[in-house]
Design a protein around this ligand. Sequence first.
Ligand SMILES: Cc1ncc(COP(=O)(O)O)c(C=O)c1O
Length: 423
Amino acid sequence: MPTTQEDLTTALDLPWIRCQFPSFAEKVNGQPAAYFDGPGGTQVPQRVIDAISEYLAHANANTCGAYLTSRRTNQVIADARSAMADFFGCDADEVVFGFNMTSLTFAMSRAMGRELKAGDEIVLTLLDHDANFSPWQALEERGVVIRRVAFREADCTLNMEDLAQQINKRTKVVAVGYASNAVGTINDVKEVVRLAHAAGAIAYIDAVHYAPHGPIDVRNLDCDFLVCSSYKFFGPHMGVLYGKREHLKRLQPYKVRANTNEIPNCWEWGTLNHEGIAGITACVDYIASIGHKLKGTLPSRRAAILAAYGEIVKYERGLCERLLQGIAALPAVKVYGITDPAQFDHRCPTIALRAKGHTPLELATKLGDRGFFTWDGNYYAINVTEQLDVEKDGGFLRIGLFHYNTVEEVDRLLAALREIVAA
Ligand SMILES: Cc1ncc(COP(=O)(O)O)c(C=O)c1O
């Protein structure tokens, strides 16, 4: 296990990373704020804030007008589409911007629902955030049958045998999360896509939780749709969807008449959040800048993004091991999810725990007063907290580690937890 910051920062330059985030200067009761709340939304680097302000100062307009700021707006949107294409590994016209992941998923599920008939089936998992569950479950009103895949309670991993059994020739959609926002499990989504396609079904992947922690390659996954939210990867509060061109063209969106039939615009309703879109380019460039800082000049933004994630994965794993080892020494604390380091390739550094004698809300409040920002509750992964029977007792305390967190923050958090659970 890495023991010092130096061990963990040989590759990532933490001071260089951290000085880009103005929010890290925040203090609570004289203590420096430590952001472990990233699974609910990460902090943003200055370049994202600047891009949003810059847009509002110099390009603020609606699209497709015959004048300067409108043309700039069109360019800002085109730039962000190509940034997200680099992020996903797809083409720019396969990128759809939306309000957030939930509303994009409602839009896509409504459109797919138009093609479904009574008796058709959709396979969902109990490990997923409700945003990848309820929008599909709502299709029961059309007579669609929802099948639910279980997870193993011992380590909160998806039961792939159950998933394989639930898929059959009536299956039309398999909607699965890339990683659990509650317990951190990373699912074998490539295998999920393979199983879905073998049955002729569409594979819809929720990558909201995974996106800040690992590289996404939609071509390699061969998924039909993949959706994420830029506010979880250092950007503004928006959702972004990848859809295979053939599906985006074939499916019929609900839309206003004035919306063209061109993809991706036919999926983007009304006026978009242009300043947010400007911020999306900046957050993708931020991730790419980590890759360039590590490896020098690289041939493309995509190569730089992949280089960045190569080191982010390693660094976050070191932080995660350290935190879980520290927690293992606290007998009053129980962690839900994968705890065996040999299985850490299958988890994000997102830790769900409960402590004897303290509700998750009490823990989060006591930690919050000391400057540690964590979440309590179910974070909308309500099937998870229900199955593990913790919903009625306040869910979990969730600690989310990100590449911008430090060893020193993890050690201070462990000391605070120790003190709180001993009291
Ligand atoms: C795994 C996962 N899926 C979906 C969502 C919903 O995302 P949004 O807030 O963009 O609708 C979240 C939000 O926390 C999430 O963590």
